[in-house]
Design a binder for this molecule. Sequence first.
Ligand code: ES4
Ligand code: ZN
Length: 319
Amino acid sequence: MSLPKAELHLHIEGTLEPELAFELAARNGVTLPYGDTDELREAYRFEDLQSFLNLYYELMAVLRTERDFADLTNAYLARAAAQGVRHAEIFFDPQAHTKRGLELGTVVEGLWRALERSEAEHGVSTRLIMCFLRDDPAESAMETLRAAEPYLDRIVGIGLDSAEVGHPPVKFREVYEAAAALGLRRVAHAGEEGPPAYITEALDVLGVERVDHGLRCVEDADLVERLVRERVPLTLCPLSNVRLRTVDTLAGHPLPAMLDAGLMCTVNSDDPAYFGGYAGDNFDAVREALGLTDERLRELARNSFLASFLEDDEELRAR
Ligand code: ES4
Ligand code: ZN
């Protein structure tokens, strides 16, 4: 589906395709515990979020240099452009790299090498969102925020990801307050595996402007009513939900009911190399499995631009 759209929920580390993983492993002298790309793909059978995260963090070992991050990002941008993505707000996980001994500068400079050429090379405008790992201590997130200060002209906002249950948004209150004081936009994963109360807390305590996933809001009618009233965008990731067993089947995904309820939904790819598709593939999948009308698909595409962090004039140019 090449409908022009913005991608608002995309982990750059989750775009690492098996072929590139092996190429980078060879280049960097890293040994992967898989014989070849087929064997690696066999490992992509996830039980839940944690079983995915284990592989996601393991494969990051192949990312070592600025060039690696630039190659990863360029490969993503080319694939995204081919599927109609005109604008991408890209998450990255600095702590997952600094804990392996990389410098934050290596990560940001590498990503930036690709991002600064993206409009000219791929016709895709971009923003970078720095995510904190919620299963690491809040102190580590605060240190990461401080370390990122030299790069804040390249980072539009902050997010919160990794293992959700047991790590409620309130754990990061001070970090989000400090980020707000620095003028950063705020988003957070909430209601993927965690309860609806985490969505409320992300709004009230962290001051987020968008909720990443937010799927489990459907369990709380009052919360749905609030999200509709406040027009809070939700960045849904249908193929991710199927692969991580957050929903039983794509045909049973609550997206149509969520749109009917008036929620401001967007459709995104999350970790496309792992979950079976990029942004256009997610649009195709929901159209086929859920029978969404062209009007609904256009609404999803329009929402993606409205919910983006583009300025009004940029937004009009992008769509
Ligand atoms: C993620 Cl699907 C998902 N959920 C939470 N954290 C993540 N990091 C990368 N993908
Ligand atoms: Zn995500």
